[in-house]
Design a binder for this molecule. Structure first.
Ligand code: GAF
Length: 363
């Protein structure tokens, strides 16, 4: 009987730098202390069996895009992308458990695909780098599931270090990764997630539409990537929509630079200001927020947050707030009351701390 191996793969919260990864900009996520656990045992008969939340699915290890479309599609996608990257997958039994909500914009899908790729890589002894594994996770989502995502989430869940944010600069073909100490807890502050329960779905058209708009704006500016645009780029465009998208990318890039300085210096008021300004830009210029996310951010600011913003792709999902640790309970009750008044289900509010990327649990 083959040995069972266990992997823990965290979700992520992006502190700032939204919709910049696919534009060649820089981002600043943390891996969080909510995770997917993957127990995996190799099989030699070419079958893949998956158990999760009382459900079971089975498919062949030589699965191809289009073959699996039910709840196990992300697992099938990771199997397909791993094999396509020359990792030998002879079959497997996989049990998945999670403390990471799905559809909350906290990268449960990246955690699953990257964790499975990392586990197969280790079982097969292929020895791929974490960046290569991240690309396998990205390929699984874009070419199997049909969500044309960037590479931020995969790198965050694979490469983060405990107590650090991960600055990822996508200006070059191989992204540059720099851990930045994340010390807000020492100042009595916390980062809280407000999961709005408004479903977020990247495979639906809006995310891809934003990518296309950014590509068009870059083309009109004669750039290969929109994050290369200078401050005056907006003046050179005629289309009002493309001006807005470009303004977000240019100003968000500046905010990431400012936020990294503030994080390094422990300038928390300044850091918070950047978060809130990022949300305004995502709401007005990039137009990826939602009523639930806007109310979550407003409520966090009313509860005394130094800054708050939506995190991840948007169109639902979660917001984050940087606030005094002692104000988290107040935020939770205010958010419950605001959402109830609007007939929305109560959001989940929980504190997250920066944790390590995917790792094998050794017993
Ligand atoms: C989603 C995508 F998966 C990321 O690649 C990134 O573009 C993000 O939205 C927006 O910053 O999480």
């Amino acid at each position: 009987m083959n040995e069972v191996r266990e992997w823990t793969v965290p979700g992520r919260v992006n502190l700032i730098g939204e919709h910049l990864d696919y534009n060649g900009g820089a981002v600043l996520p943390i891996a969080i202390d909510r995770a997917v656990t993957i127990k995996i045992r190799a099989r030699d008969d070419g079958a893949v069996n998956v158990w999760s939340g009382g459900r079971r699915a089975s498919f062949s290890a030589d699965v191809a895009p289009g073959d699996v479309t039910d709840w196990s599609a992300y697992v099938a996608a990771a199997v397909w992308a791993s094999r396509d990257a020359d990792i030998a997958v002879p079959g497997a039994d996989i049990v998945i458990e999670s403390t990471l909500p799905t559809g909350a914009g906290l990268s449960s899908s990246a955690a699953l695909t990257c964790g499975i790729a990392a586990a197969f890589d280790e079982l097969a002894g292929t020895g791929l780098s974490r960046v290569d594994l991240a690309r396998i996770g990205q390929r699984a989502e874009s070419d199997f599931v049909g969500a044309p995502v960037g590479l931020m989430d995969q790198l965050a869940v694979l490469c983060s270090e405990p107590e650090h944010a991960l600055h990822i600069d996508f200006a070059t073909d191989v992204p540059a990764l720099t851990p930045v100490p994340a010390t807000w807890a020492e100042a009595g502050l916390a980062v809280a997630v407000i999961d709005t329960h408004a479903h977020h779905e990247l495979a639906s058209g809006e995310y891809g539409a934003r990518r296309d708009e950014c590509t068009r704006a870059a083309e009109q500016l004669g750039l290969s990537l929109l994050a290369q645009a200078q401050v005056d780029a907006v003046l050179k465009l005629e289309d009002e929509l493309l001006k807005r998208r470009t303004r977000h990318v240019v100003t968000e890039s500046a905010r990431v630079r400012g936020a990294v300085k503030a994080l390094n210096a422990g300038e928390w008021t300044q850091f918070g200001t950047m978060l809130t300004a990022s949300h305004e830009s995502l709401r007005e210029d990039f137009q990826v927020s939602s009523p639930e996310l806007d109310v979550a951010v407003e409520t966090a600011l009313e509860a005394g947050a130094l800054g708050a913003r939506m995190t991840g792709g948007g169109f639902g999902g979660s917001a984050i707030a940087l606030l005094p640790a002692e104000s988290v309970d107040d935020l939770r009750s205010r958010a419950a009351a605001r959402f109830a008044a609007l007939d929305w289900p109560a959001p989940d509010v929980f504190v997250v701390t920066p944790t390590a990327g995917a790792h094998r649990v050794r017993r």
